[in-house]
Design a protein around this ligand. Structure first.
Ligand code: ATP
Length: 248
């Protein structure tokens, strides 16, 4: 049989406020070193799936009521978000949550708060982040509130990278950004994946863009996976072309 995936989500059910059943048995696998896309329209359950993995449901009054979530074969449903960061799993939330009143560099440094390997190591990671995001370096002293949407998205990703993650859960990176900036962000994701080996699970409504950069995709509809496959196979699929790529 195949080796355990880096992340293995098996039949999870998520309920909000004790009554609203939103995920109705979602399963997916993220192999180490892959870029996996979680696709589907508004309200399909993409954000909820990411929140379940990074254990951010409680704050939303949601809980996983069935199924298993495993990281390298170990159950992680009961680990706190901080413990997950320690194990190399970080989430970049939808809407580019940067601290508006902090500078770009201060924002990036907040991402290193769980690290215990010292200032020199953190400084090296900061330089690495700037190497991937040259725009952030030029804006390092700017207050985040006064930077562009693209720069704020880059800042949110850069901050996640400051934790030295194995896997980044990226929620809707394209949201509200001009196509050219979306492309720039995805190019950097691909670069990080290839050069650093960082694994990505990304939720996207922009199916076309996501399938150009992902290796594999899962399509969610109404809390269920309705289709999955290699990115290329999904792009060639008649139904995907008609319903998600607008090429019917
Ligand atoms: P979007 O791109 O709009 O975020 P999504 O695919 O990420 O869509 P979710 O945000 O996971 O979808 O939402 C799935 C469903 O769960 C929606 O019907 C939404 O209204 C509901 N939902 C999300 N968060 C909560 C919450 N905190 N309490 C109650 N219902 C919620």
């Amino acid at each position: 049989d195949a080796l355990p995936a880096l992340l293995d989500v098996n039949g999870i059910e998520v309920i909000y406020h004790h009554v609203i059943l939103v995920l109705k048995g979602v399963s997916l696998r993220v192999p180490e070193g892959a870029v996996v896309a979680l696709l589907g329209g508004n309200g399909a359950g993409k954000t909820t799936t990411l929140r379940a993995v990074s254990n951010l449901l409680a704050g939303e009054r949601g809980e996983v009521t069935k199924g298993r979530i495993e990281l390298r074969g170990e159950r992680i449903e009961r680990l706190s978000p901080a413990e997950l960061v320690h194990r190399g799993v970080v989430q970049v939330m939808e809407g580019r949550h940067c601290f508006a009143h902090l500078s770009i560099e201060e924002n990036l440094l907040t991402g290193a708060y769980t690290r215990t390997d010292g200032k020199a190591a953190i400084a090296r990671t900061l330089e690495k982040v700037y190497a991937y995001f040259p725009r952030l370096k030029t804006r390092r002293t700017s207050q985040a509130a006064y930077t562009s949407g693209g720069e704020q998205q880059m800042c949110a990703i850069g901050r996640a990278l400051m934790a030295n993650p194995k896997m980044v859960l990226l929620d809707e990176p394209s949201m509200g950004l001009a196509p050219q900036i979306v492309e720039e962000v995805f190019e950097i994701v691909r670069d990080l994946n290839r050069k650093e080996g960082t694994t990505f699970l990304l939720a996207e409504q922009n199916t076309n863009m996501a399938l150009r950069y992902a290796d594999y995709g899962y399509i969610l509809e109404n809390g269920r996976v309705v289709m999955d496959g290699e990115a290329q196979a999904l792009r060639d699929n008649e139904d995907v072309r008609e319903f998600y790529l607008g090429m019917g």
